[in-house]
Design a binder for this molecule. Structure first.
Ligand SMILES: [Zn+2]
Ligand SMILES: [Zn+2]
Length: 257
């Protein structure tokens, strides 16, 4: 069962700049200390008072887009063992945003109020305007935020494991193994998030266009369609929808409707 992660997570000479968790056992002889410079010493050499903390992987490793058949961004495979798409932490990944109050690019361009709900779901204005390319439904947006979530998760896990060592519930020499488990689990969670993202995208992609197509096909009212075209043009409704409305007006006018 291959798990894809950066081997440098354990061998990088870069320090893990993780602050020590608050300790109430500093006088304990087993109280561990961080050794940020892990240049040469293997992790297995850790002693009770000297735990080597693996570096958090670089942000985009392995969380970077893979070019699809048409050059489009697709998601990498980071685990062969994804958790369920309804897993609580899958929701956490998809609801994690580096800028939770940030606007998507389209709303930012048009100075619209924008709301982020979950990665894989377009924002409200993009949904009603038929813009399936909302930033919030883009693989790159997911990858950047998933990397940020992973790093937070790993920091939390390091703190948790440090505390376990401090409480003497975990042997220092088992620290690296437990950290590796946490790292692998983070990728199982992220892979589950990737699957949920794909499901959300498939379910919602083209939905607005289909809805407008049905509404337009149902209408025999030329002034009503004219108002739709006028309002849609002002609010940035997708050109394909405006075109369909125009074609419908022509159909009605020619008596073929
Ligand atoms: Zn938006
Ligand atoms: Zn949007």
């Amino acid at each position: 069962m291959p798990i894809y992660f950066s081997a440098s997570a354990f061998t990088s000479p870069d320090a893990a700049t993780v602050p020590l968790p608050a300790s109430n056992s500093s006088s304990s002889p087993l109280s561990p200390s961080y050794s940020p410079k892990s240049d040469a010493a293997p992790l297995s050499a850790a002693t009770p008072g000297d735990i080597l903390i693996p570096a958090i992987p670089p942000r985009d490793c392995p969380l970077q887009a893979v070019p699809g058949p048409n050059g489009e961004d697709t998601l990498p495979t980071v685990s062969s063992n994804p958790v369920d798409v309804e897993h609580t932490l899958v929701h956490a990944v998809l609801q994690h945003a580096i800028e939770p109050d940030g606007r998507c690019a389209a709303c930012d361009d048009d100075d619209l109020v924008c709301e982020f709900t979950e990665t894989g779901i377009t924002c409200g204005p993009c949904a009603v305007r038929g813009n399936d390319d909302c930033l919030f439904a883009q693989p790159k947006f997911l990858l950047e935020n998933a990397a940020d979530w992973r790093n937070d998760y790993l920091h939390d896990q390091v703190h948790r494991l440090m505390r376990e060592v401090q409480l003497k519930r975990l042997r220092p020499e088992s620290f690296a193994l437990e950290y590796r488990r946490a790292l692998n689990h983070s990728y199982s969670i992220i892979q589950g998030a990737f699957r949920r993202f794909q499901i959300l995208r498939l379910a919602s992609r083209g939905l607005t266009h289909r809805g407008y197509r049905c509404l337009i096909a149902s209408s025999t009212d030329v002034p009503q369609l004219g108002r739709l075209i006028e309002f849609g043009g002002e609010t940035g409704l997708h050109k394909a929808v405006l075109k369909r409305a125009g074609e419908r007006v022509a159909e009605i006018a020619s008596g073929s409707a």
